[in-house]
Write a protein that binds this ligand. Structure first.
Ligand SMILES: [Zn+2]
Length: 490
């Protein structure tokens, strides 16, 4: 108790320890307690039936009451037959009760009912550990910042997507360009082959004509093109001509060979006729009996040799295997026959040679013409491919410019949006600070449920120079302690 009745008259604070006074409520005797540690106050001398609502007041309690004018402290309020001491009663009639310890919801209800117009100040320093308090402004500002950052990210992402798309297009176009470049390289190679073929056409043609029988499937330009442009009929004719020439040449060589072999046979002369003795190793057909002659071996070097001729095949066959005879042929018969054959073959070969020259000229003329066609086609392809490459290079150039432009726009828009956003965010932040100033979100672990049922305004004192008013469910409002006190001094 801060105020006692001194000399039964005025309520006053004690001025020295041991001073005596009377309790204004129960009229019991009071003894003063003064010191440096605690606020000077009165204590009942004996246990008394003073106000049952008043507990042993701690320093916190006394200090709060001392903040108000003495006439507002420890005011006795009487309702009907019941009376109690209000901690503070303001001039406006509001009772302020300072609650240090926890009390039941029933007690709270009874006191609120008794005082009517009242507020509570609760010593929350005792359970501040259980209060989780977050500034609404901080919370909202953070939320705001995220929202604006998101908007900025959206703008950046829009450009990043475009840039990514351009890059993919460039990659695709470069691939296409590369494959055209390969075609161009190959076409340049073809043109080079065509030009080389034209420059040394004879060498080229020689190589070409040798491959005329073979498939052109694996040949390169221009051999393949020329090959394909020569009619099959012409190829066939040329091939047949060569085959025929080869065959006749072989036959002629064979005959010439025979003549040579024959000339080495032994000579025999009789009655103005030259014979050639056929060696035993050479076999001949019985059908040729009319041109075969025989002579006894032992007559060969005598003056009286008898040359035998045959009238029939049977006649010949009778002597054919007789080892005592040489068989001969007239030199002139054999040589004339052979020479005439060789001459005949030569005539045919001369004819074929002319045919071959004609065919060759026909093929050569096609080849010359086709070589020109082929190199012109190459030049046209090269022109087309070069244009295509140029086209893709332009596209790639444009895409590269688009990327540069998008990157520039990204930076510009970023700055522009950032500026706008900063402006908007500042305005919004100001609005938030204004709207939510002094408001706090709070969670109360191990909540003292009795306070939940209170119908009156509750202030938490957590031992700082401000109070928290329970503003609404889960929400606190900060109020400066002095402001709170001042508001109740009017
Ligand atoms: Zn008393």
């Amino acid at each position: 108790m801060l105020l006692g009745l001194i000399n039964d008259k005025n309520r006053a604070r004690p001025s020295f320890t041991g001073q005596r006074a009377i309790c204004p409520f129960c009229k019991g005797e009071l003894i003063a307690k003064c010191g440096d540690i605690y606020i000077n106050h009165w204590q009942h001398k004996a246990l008394s039936d003073c106000d049952s609502w008043k507990e042993n007041e701690g320093e916190w309690h006394k200090a709060w009451k001392a903040n108000f004018p003495e006439e507002n402290q420890e005011v006795i309020i009487t309702v009907g037959s019941e009376k109690h001491i209000a901690d503070v009663k303001t001039n406006k009639g509001t009772v302020i009760e300072f609650q240090n310890s926890s009390i039941s919801s029933n007690t709270i209800a009874i006191r609120e009912n008794f005082y009517g117009n009242m507020v509570w100040v609760v010593n929350a320093a005792l359970f501040v550990e259980n209060l989780k308090i977050r500034s609404v402004v901080t919370h909202q500002l953070k939320f705001n910042e995220n929202a604006f950052a998101h908007e900025l990210d959206g703008s950046d992402a829009f450009y990043d997507e475009s840039i990514q798309r351009y890059k993919e297009q460039i990659r695709d176009d470069k691939k296409k360009n590369q494959s055209i470049q390969w075609k161009l390289d190959s076409e340049n190679g073809n043109l080079k082959s065509c030009l080389e073929a034209s420059q040394s056409f004879d060498n080229f043609y020689e190589e070409f004509i040798e491959k005329l029988y073979l498939s052109a499937l694996f040949e390169k330009v221009p051999i393949r093109n020329i090959h394909e442009s020569i009619p099959d009929e012409l190829k066939e004719k040329y091939k047949m001509c060569l085959t025929e020439i080869q065959s006749l040449s072989n036959e002629k060589a064979e005959s010439e060979n025979w003549l040579d072999v024959f000339s080495k046979y032994s000579d025999f002369h009789s009655e103005e006729i030259d014979y050639k003795i056929i060696p035993a190793t050479v076999s001949f057909s019985s059908d040729k009996f009319a041109n075969i002659y025989a002579i006894k071996k032992n007559e060969l070097s005598t003056m009286f040799s008898n040359v035998i001729s045959f009238r029939s095949k049977t006649d010949f066959d009778r002597l054919k295997s007789n080892p005592n005879y040489y068989f001969m042929t007239k030199k002139v018969d054999f040589e004339e026959g052979r020479k005439s054959k060789i001459s005949n073959l030569q005539d045919q070969l001369d004819l074929l040679s002319q045919v071959r020259i004609d065919l060759n000229n026909e093929i050569k003329s096609i080849a010359i013409n086709q070589l020109e066609v082929c190199s012109n086609a190459c030049k046209n392809r090269i022109k087309e491919l070069s244009m295509e490459i140029k086209k893709y290079e332009e596209i790639i150039g444009n895409l590269t410019e688009s990327i540069t432009s998008a990157e520039k726009s990204k930076v510009e828009d970023h700055e522009k949006i950032l500026k706008t956003l900063e402006f908007k965010q500042n305005a919004s932040d100001i609005e938030i600070k204004r709207k939510y100033k002094g408001l706090y979100l709070f969670e109360w672990k191990n909540e003292r449920k009795s306070w939940k049922d209170s119908q009156k305004t509750i202030y938490f004192d957590i031992g700082k120079d401000y109070l928290f008013e329970i503003y609404q469910e889960g929400c606190l409002k900060k109020i400066d302690k002095q402001t709170f006190i001042n508001s109740h001094l009017i």
